[in-house]
Design a binder for this molecule. Structure first.
Ligand code: NOS
Length: 529
């Protein structure tokens, strides 16, 4: 008898210890507010996850030797897309998308289609294409002024003069059969703007090597995207595809390096303010379109970014530029960041002087452009990239982009929790860029268990293939027994809470979100019970 009492006591201590450990998690605040329906939907989702872990993730898949939930995304994607869990999450309201580089948000196939409609777009090669160099000999794109349109008809003909421009349509139509003809052309171009599994997990399987491939995708796609007639359609597709995935509001980072994009006349002459005029016009059009269809869309704001290879002196120009844009488009400029590979480029401390100056200038001018810095996107321990976290926080960052190495710093974890500095966690990006081998090794649970606010983000979905937010939510749900539907709801709510929307806008967004959430819970119970 005594031992039975002892066991009961032990079990109650055990339950209390687990509850205390979990009590720091942000979803805990809502635990008692959860409806009966949400609790039911959560258990339905958990049941389906458990069943699929035992079935689809344990079956033989001919081209996927060792499947498991949370596995390498590029290899596991075909299985993910067949699961019920994925179907369920694709309908989930996602709140806000707070970390995505605009230049990498639209499907590469779609971008190529847009480009095919533009006679100005030309392509060239500096080295002859061979079957052996097909994946490393990359196309260069650029729109030309009409007077310079080329009459060459093929990139792959023996008579092709290397380095000469060929109209995109002609290059595609005449792409040699040994490279797969026009379809081979599409594959080649799309391959140059995306990362495939053999690159991520084979030929480029280190952070430094995958960043080389990653950087090359931007160099290639920039030739297509930074062309006035394409840029506006690109932005439109980013909005529409985000909305289709259940995203209510987006805060893309736009890279304002360099100073001009190519205009419809083929000249390099469109300054930054024109980019924002385009952005504003398309945003209004898409908002109108969604209002007509009765679909929720709160809107979009821009995080101004430039690259971490500019000099601190050059940064002064971008700061002035950002201030001028903020004054003209106060509703569009939401923050400021410096981007690029932290492991290879300049650390934030190099820019401390201009950044402190920037803060003073904002005060004088009465404008507010919060810093929203990338920091700690690294495996380094005590390296410059890791130490960027201290600078980001000292400089007053509103959120942290990635913060992959934040979990090494107890003091900084505490600061983020207490000051409400949210971390923009990009699980699939981190795995493809080789910071972790799978979701099971990702530090996200450390952040969640410490009560650090987190917003899940996709980062560069056109390069990684994680379009929308469904895939990232999937990886997070599939790889943890603690996370459930209510965890995902907390992440989505926090993405709104930690956005740069003002208090009034946040309230409105939350009202829309809660309505969507309740409908979603009902949908799960009606369809999946
Ligand atoms: O995960 C990231 N960390 C840092 N920089 C990035 C990441 N993804 C994209 N970019 C940077 O954004 C620019 C495009 O706008 C690219 O040049 C790329 O270096």
């Amino acid at each position: 008898m005594a031992s039975l009492i002892a066991l009961a006591q032990y079990k109650s201590q055990r339950a209390a210890l687990i509850a205390e450990d979990r009590s720091h998690r942000r979803e805990f605040r809502r635990t008692n507010l959860r409806s009966e329906q949400e609790i039911e939907a959560d258990s339905i989702v958990r049941r389906i996850r458990a069943a699929e872990a035992e079935t689809i993730w344990k079956e033989d898949h001919s081209s996927i030797p060792h499947p498991f939930p949370g596995m390498e995304f590029l290899t596991g994607k075909a299985i993910i897309m067949k699961t019920k869990l994925f179907e369920i999450l694709s309908k989930m309201p996602k709140g806000a998308l707070l970390h995505a580089h605009l230049d990498a948000t639209v499907n590469a196939e779609f971008l190529l289609q847009l480009a095919m409609e533009q006679p100005a777009i030309h392509v060239r090669l500096n080295e002859a294409l061979t079957p052996a160099n097909l994946s490393t000999n990359l196309p260069q794109f650029r729109p030309l002024p009409e007077a310079e349109f080329s009459s060459l008809s093929s990139l792959t003909d023996v008579s092709y003069p290397l380095g000469s421009w060929v109209p995109l349509k002609a290059a595609r139509a005449s792409f040699a059969p040994e490279f797969g003809g026009p379809e081979g052309f599409d594959k080649w171009v799309i391959g140059s703007m995306t990362i495939n599994p053999s690159e991520a997990y084979g030929t480029h399987n280190t952070v430094a090597k995958i960043w080389q491939k990653f950087t090359s995708t931007f160099i290639t796609s920039t030739g297509l995207i930074r062309f006035e007639p394409i840029y506006s359609e690109y932005i439109r597709q980013f909005f529409r595809s985000s909305i289709d995935d259940g995203i209510l509001y987006v805060e893309p980072r736009i890279n304002f390096f360099p100073k001009f994009m190519v205009g419809a006349d083929g000249q390099d002459n469109i300054p930054h303010r024109e980019w924002l005029v385009m952005f504003d016009r398309v945003l209004k059009e898409v908002k109108g379109e969604m209002a007509q269809q009765g679909r929720g869309f709160i809107g979009a704001r821009i995080i101004y970014t430039t690259l971490r290879f500019i000099t601190p002196e050059e940064l002064e120009w971008y700061i002035e530029d950002c201030m001028a844009l903020k004054k003209e488009f106060p509703h569009l400029i939401a923050g400021f960041d410096l981007v690029g590979d932290e492991n290879a480029l300049r650390p934030l401390i190099d820019y401390a002087e201009p950044l402190l100056h920037f803060r003073e200038k904002q005060k004088e001018a009465g404008v507010d452009i919060p810093f929203i810095f990338h920091a700690g996107e690294t495996l380094g321990d005590g390296t410059e990239a890791d130490i960027n976290l201290y600078d980001a926080i000292l400089l007053g960052t509103k959120r942290i982009g990635h913060g992959f190495s934040l979990v090494k710093h107890p003091k900084l974890i505490k600061t983020c929790r207490e000051k409400g500095i949210a971390v923009e966690v990009c699980p699939i990006s981190n795995e493809i860029l080789r910071l972790t081998s799978s979701m099971l090794m990702h530090p996200l649970p450390v952040l969640l268990n410490n009560g650090v606010p987190v917003a899940l983000c996709s980062d560069d979905p056109s390069v990684f293939g994680n379009m929308g937010l469904t895939y990232d939510y999937f990886q997070v749900l599939a790889a943890s027994e603690v996370n459930g539907l209510s965890t995902l709801g907390t992440l989505a709510r926090d993405s709104i809470e930690f956005s740069t929307l003002n208090a009034e806008e946040k309230k409105e967004a939350i009202v829309v979100f809660e309505r969507q959430w309740n409908e979603y819970i009902e949908h799960i119970i009606n369809h999946w019970k």
